[in-house]
Design a protein around this ligand. Structure first.
Ligand SMILES: Cc1cc2nc3c(=O)[nH]c(=O)nc-3n(C[C@H](O)[C@H](O)[C@H](O)COP(=O)(O)OP(=O)(O)OC[C@H]3O[C@@H](n4cnc5c(N)ncnc54)[C@H](O)[C@@H]3O)c2cc1C
Length: 403
């Protein structure tokens, strides 16, 4: 027998994005149910590992800057409402050769939007950022308006506030089917069917398989494995107060890796690899079948970190002074990659009643506060003032051929 439940809006998946949407809707008095297959703040999706970078001079594209500004404002609202510190300002340091993507992309975004930033010569880098062992051909760009967002704490804060504002939060319940409908889309969880006016789907790595047609958008959305490593700080560190900046470093071989200031009082710091060139992938020493960026079935989860991951992260950590040669702890995580590495936010005509937010391609967390607001607006009003047009899920559609 099917149990039927009615509500205004359902949010499927209470990770980075869904938790924020749930809070925004509940705060505005909307009758909303949030459904999560695990427990909010869990470590089986894309939002664990204690820290995420937020930057403003956006090297992935100057067109993101208005959205990241909206995200800063929205993080401030969540911090105020929750009484918790969720964003730690540390500044950000981009490192690389003068024409590399990290350097030229962040300068372009800063110049186009008049953002404060500093160009650092190799000598200035060595003097001001001794943590980094830079080559003579590497330069830096420093930006003050950057730092660290706390992922698990943010999700828990948003879900707590949503509950307090009246949201129904169903945890340890997996949505098995979503049926689009212009008036009354339905969400199926075992023998329960929720009928709503709108369904927001923020299912992260599970989104492509959960919503019909999404997996193939633009030629295919891929779920990939990534590994994070925490390195013990051994040497005379350049101090922890004020915090060292977050950083991203663009290597001449095409590897883009990043790291954080210590978040545990100077004991360890965390690094990870965002992207690697095909050549580096091919030459890396890895166990058979274990490729960087290997595809993941989210239901099985990414392979646990292994020795090859430790070795790879250790290679990169030689670019840092005063850290142990190998990580003392690692975690694997999932990226959900769209073909153009831009997000997927909005509706599709053949999925009436649904609002999608996914495909965050390894750089979405910093925007979660604004994404939550945007999808809440779209579900409630059918429109949003936030600049999400570039993330339109229809953007890959080819125009109909005229006969
Ligand atoms: C290693 C790593 C480092 C990163 N670094 C950065 C960074 O520095 N800065 C940055 O901005 N971004 C970063 N990102 C990207 C960012 O973390 C992600 O883009 C973001 O967390 C994605 O959020 P999400 O809400 O889409 O997914 P998630 O947070 O994974 O949420 C999806 C939720 O949906 C639930 N769910 C799925 N299917 C169902 C179902 N059927 N029923 C019920 N619940 C369901 C899941 O359990 C999960 O809780 C990083 C990502 C990784 C993996």
């Amino acid at each position: 027998m099917t149990t039927r439940v009615d509500t205004d809006t359902v949010v499927v998946g209470l990770g980075a994005m869904g938790s924020q949407a749930l809070w925004r809707l509940a705060r505005d008095g909307v009758d909303v149910i949030g459904v999560e297959q695990f427990s909010p703040g869990h470590d089986r999706g894309s939002s664990h590992g204690e820290s995420r970078i937020i930057r403003t001079a956006y090297l992935e594209g100057a067109e993101y800057v208005p959205f990241v500004r909206a995200a800063w404002r929205a993080w401030g609202e969540l911090e105020e409402a929750s009484g918790s510190r969720l964003v730690v300002r540390s500044g950000a340091l981009m490192l690389g050769r003068p024409g590399s993507g990290a350097i030229s992309g962040s300068i372009a975004a800063a110049e186009q939007h008049g953002l404060a930033h500093e160009h650092l010569s190799p000598a200035a880098l060595a003097e001001r950022h001794p943590r980094h062992a830079v080559r003579p051909d590497e330069v830096g760009v420093f930006e003050e308006a950057a730092g660290v967002v706390l992922p698990e704490a943010s999700i828990l804060a948003a879900v707590r506030l949503a509950r307090q504002a009246g949201a129904r939060v169903w945890t340890h319940q997996a949505v098995t089917r979503i049926e689009p409908d212009p008036d009354r889309p339905r969400v199926r969880i075992g023998d329960t069917e929720i009928r709503a006016r709108r369904v927001i789907v923020t299912a992260g790595a599970w989104l492509p398989a959960l919503v019909p047609g999404v997996a193939g958008l633009g030629g295919g959305i891929r779920v990939e494995r990534r590994v994070l490593g925490w390195f013990r700080i051994t040497g005379p560190a350049p101090g922890t107060a004020p915090p060292e900046p977050v950083f991203a470093r663009d290597e001449p071989d095409g590897t883009l890796w990043y790291g954080f200031p210590s978040m545990d009082g100077g004991r360890t710091l965390k690094i990870g690899v965002h992207a690697e060139s095909p050549e580096v992938r091919a030459s890396a020493v890895r166990p058979p079948g274990a490729q960087w960026g290997e595809p993941v079935d989210p239901d099985t989860g990414p392979r646990p970190p292994d020795e090859a991951d430790a070795h790879r992260l250790g290679e990169l950590a030689t670019g840092l002074r005063g850290v142990a040669p190998l990580p003392e702890r690692m975690a694997s995580c999932m990226y959900t990659m769209t073909p153009d590495e831009h997000f997927l936010i909005g509706r599709r005509d053949e999925l009436p009643g649904l609002v999608l937010a996914g495909g965050f391609s390894g750089h979405g967390f910093k925007f979660a506060s604004a994404v939550g607001q945007a999808v809440a607006d779209l579900a409630r009003d059918g429109r949003t003032e936030l600049p999400v047009g570039m993330f339109d899920p229809h953007r890959w559609d080819t125009p109909p051929t005229r006969l």
